[in-house]
Design a binder for this molecule. Structure first.
Ligand SMILES: [Zn+2]
Length: 291
């Protein structure tokens, strides 16, 4: 199961992943630095391990950062966040916390984004993104996601490499699951009601498009650029979480099938309903919500 959980903050994505992931224990790359505050009970119970990736986005401090942004200058020191994340991922096959995990959880892609942005800005020597940087940005998201998926599909829950052409290791253990969490953003795409497109040359050699008429509104992942729209294609399961409040009582909902705005998908044949409690076991077994 290669899963993305979309939803606004507080919709229960991390909770669903940590508490209900079918393959335990969960190893969380904790970019939001939430585990300490929210899931210490799971850590104590041994069902959750974690590595905090967070680091200040800019090593220059806030004053230096404003200066660099205004002057479009390179930050004076390299930001460490993306490097931290990359080196943790690169060492996965030697890291016992990765190797022993049933599920790898990246929480969250949304909070990882500013680290990658700061890193590209540093490497480029500019604080503003121009055309070329957007293609680096998209390529890095695709590659990072691809590497994480490959690791999980080829490494069994006991840490063995799964032989080519097999679904289990020599000890009959299946592949690891991957869960990523991501916030949502609203995106507009040209559709039947879009009347005209005006294309102009933009700064840095790219093209900018202006649309006339009505656009189709989509809700996609909160990564800027094309990857936010396309990320779902990498995952076998994409669910949207939300909180409904009725008579002052919150109810957490996990939608697993498309709703016309979001590109959702579910790989479990027993999940016939569109919406479930945010619990993987309920979705896998098709256990309907209580009224
Ligand atoms: Zn094995």
């Amino acid at each position: 199961m290669i899963t993305a959980l979309m939803g606004p903050p507080g919709s229960g994505k991390s909770n669903m992943a940590v508490k209900t992931a079918p393959k335990q224990p969960v190893h969380c790359l904790d970019i939001d630095r939430k585990v300490r505050a929210q899931f210490l009970d799971s850590v104590k119970a041994g069902t959750l391990t974690f590595k905090e990736i967070g680091d200040t986005i800019s090593e220059d401090g806030l004053r230096g950062r404003v200066h660099a942004l205004v002057k479009n200058e390179k930050p004076s020191r390299a930001p460490r966040g993306w490097n931290n994340f990359a080196s943790v991922c690169e060492a996965a096959d030697k890291d016992p916390l990765f190797q022993n995990a049933g599920t790898i959880l990246i929480d969250s892609y949304t909070q990882l984004a500013p680290h990658l942005r700061a890193h590209i800005q540093f490497e480029a020597g500019k604080s503003k993104f121009v055309w070329d940087h957007w293609s680096v940005w998209k390529a890095m998201w695709q590659e990072t996601t691809g590497i994480l998926i490959d690791y999980c599909l080829h490494t069994a829950t006991d840490g063995c490499v799964i032989p080519e052409g097999k679904f289990v290791c020599d000890h009959d253990k299946p592949e690891k699951d991957l869960i990523i969490t991501i916030h949502e953003r609203v995106s507009e795409k040209p559709g039947d009601q879009t009347e005209r497109v005006i294309v102009t040359k933009a700064d840095g050699g790219g093209k900018s498009r202006e649309y006339l008429g009505t656009m189709n509104v989509l809700i996609c992942g909160s990564i800027d650029g094309a990857f936010g729209l396309e990320f779902g294609t990498f995952f076998s399961d994409v669910y949207a979480l939300r909180v409904d409040v009725e008579k002052g009582k919150p109810e957490w909902v996990c939608r697993v099938h498309p709703d016309g705005k979001r590109d959702l998908r579910c790989s479990f044949p027993r999940a016939k309903e569109a919406e479930y409690e945010p619990n993987f076991k309920h979705i896998i077994n098709g256990i309907a919500r209580k009224d």
